[in-house]
Design a protein around this ligand. Structure first.
Ligand SMILES: [Ca+2]
Ligand SMILES: [Ca+2]
Length: 184
C-alpha cells in the first residue's frame, strides 16, 4: 500500500531503483491554446547547486552523465489518468556527491499562452519501486493555486545515508530559468 502524504510530510524511500511519476490534467478549453506541462529535476550536491549543467534533467536533456536519472520523455497534453511524465532514478549509479533531487513542474510558454496552475487539476507525484512495480508513496497537490506557473512538487534528499521524499507543493510565478538561476 502506498503512503499518501500531505504537504510538508516526509517518507523514506527504501528501493534502490524507483520511478517518479507525475500527473496532471489541464483545462484546455479555458485558454484555447495547447497546454503543456513539463517535469524537470535538479540533481544537486550539498551546496544546493546542480553538479553541472548536465545534472539539470528536462525534456531537452533526458539523462545525467552518471545515468542515474532519466526522463522518459515529453508528454505534450497531459490527457488521461496516470502518469503524464516519468523520471527514473537508479541510486546504485548516482554520483556520490548528489544529496538532493528537486522535482519541479512548469508550464511551457505559460506567459504567451496566458496559462497558470489555476487551470490545472488532479496534480500528483508518486514514487514506485521499479523492480516490483509497487507504489511507495503518493502526494496529491491539493493547494489552491492561481497565478503560479511553476510548482516544486517535491524533493528527494539524502540524510544519514538514507533517501527520503518530502512533499513540497510550493508554487511561484516563473519558469525553468528562475529555478536554474537558483540552483546553478
Ligand atoms: Ca510536457
Ligand atoms: Ca493527466
Amino acid at each position: 500500500m502506498a503512503i499518501n502524504l500531505q504537504k510538508g510530510q516526509r517518507e523514506a524511500i527504501d528501493a534502490p531503483k524507483f520511478t517518479i511519476g507525475l500527473g496532471w490534467d489541464t483545462n484546455t478549453s479555458s485558454t484555447g491554446a495547447s497546454f503543456d506541462l513539463d517535469a524537470s529535476v535538479f540533481v544537486m550536491g550539498d551546496n544546493k547547486k546542480i553538479l553541472s549543467d548536465e545534472y539539470f534533467v528536462f525534456y531537452n536533456n533526458l539523462k545525467t552523465p552518471d545515468e542515474a536519472v532519466e526522463h522518459t520523455g515529453d508528454n505534450l497534453t497531459g490527457a488521461g489518468d496516470g502518469d503524464d511524465e516519468q523520471i527514473k532514478i537508479d541510486l546504485t549509479k548516482i554520483d556520490p556527491r548528489v544529496t538532493e533531487i528537486c522535482i519541479v513542474v512548469t508550464i511551457h510558454e505559460a506567459e504567451s499562452r496566458r496559462q497558470n496552475f489555476g487551470q490545472v487539476r488532479n496534480s500528483f507525484v508518486r514514487i514506485f519501486d521499479a523492480a516490483t512495480n509497487t507504489d511507495i508513496l503518493k502526494y496529491e497537490l491539493e493547494e489552491d493555486f492561481s497565478i503560479e506557473t511553476a510548482v516544486e512538487f517535491g524533493r528527494i534528499y539524502k540524510r544519514d545515508n538514507k533517501w527520503k521524499f518530502e512533499a513540497v507543493g510550493a508554487g511561484m510565478k516563473g519558469g525553468l530559468q528562475d529555478y536554474l538561476n537558483k540552483y546553478n
